[in-house]
Design a protein around this ligand. Structure first.
Ligand code: DQA
Length: 145
């Protein structure tokens, strides 16, 4: 089972960026934890990680996932609240996708309460810091296996 894990803009700054909101781990530490969790869940899960600060690169990556990945976990970061293009890309490839957020976007500023991406996804996990990614993987695995 091949799962693509996409992280959007400014998530490469984790560890430095607003640690009171996003925690103190770097993105590569979060990815390592998720890799270990996946191994415990099922040895046959293969994760590929991708981070970009560019909307078009994320769209390209989702399009290229067609026929290459069984599922997608995505933290679209700020593009969650703005990107029709990423939402359309997910709908186009029809790959089972879960949206993830480190923070609880519904307890923050009003502009973070809307997601263009979530309606195209199986579900959304928000507010559990790095564990949001693990919960997303568990849910996606349950739907794919
Ligand atoms: C985020 C929430 C977004 O609103 C924000 O723009 C981010 C991170 C999260 O993981 O909590 O960059 O997606």
């Amino acid at each position: 089972m091949k799962i693509l894990v996409i992280n959007g803009p400014n998530l490469n700054m984790l560890g430095v960026r607003e640690p009171e909101i996003y925690g103190s781990l770097t993105l590569s530490e979060i990815e390592d934890e998720l890799r270990n969790y996946a191994k415990q869940l099922d040895e046959s899960i293969v994760l590929e990680f991708f981070q970009s600060n560019f909307e078009g690169e994320i769209v390209d990556k989702i399009q290229n996932a067609l026929n290459n990945f069984d599922g997608i976990i995505i933290n679209p970061a700020a593009y969650t609240h703005t990107s029709v293009a990423i939402a359309d890309a997910i709908a186009s490839v029809n790959i089972k996708t879960v949206e993830v957020h480190l923070s609880n976007i519904y307890s923050r500023e009003e502009f973070r309460h809307n997601s263009y991406i979530a309606p195209k996804c199986l579900g959304q996990v928000a507010g559990f810091s790095k564990d949001s990614y693990k919960m997303a993987l568990l849910g996606l695995y349950g739907m794919l296996k």
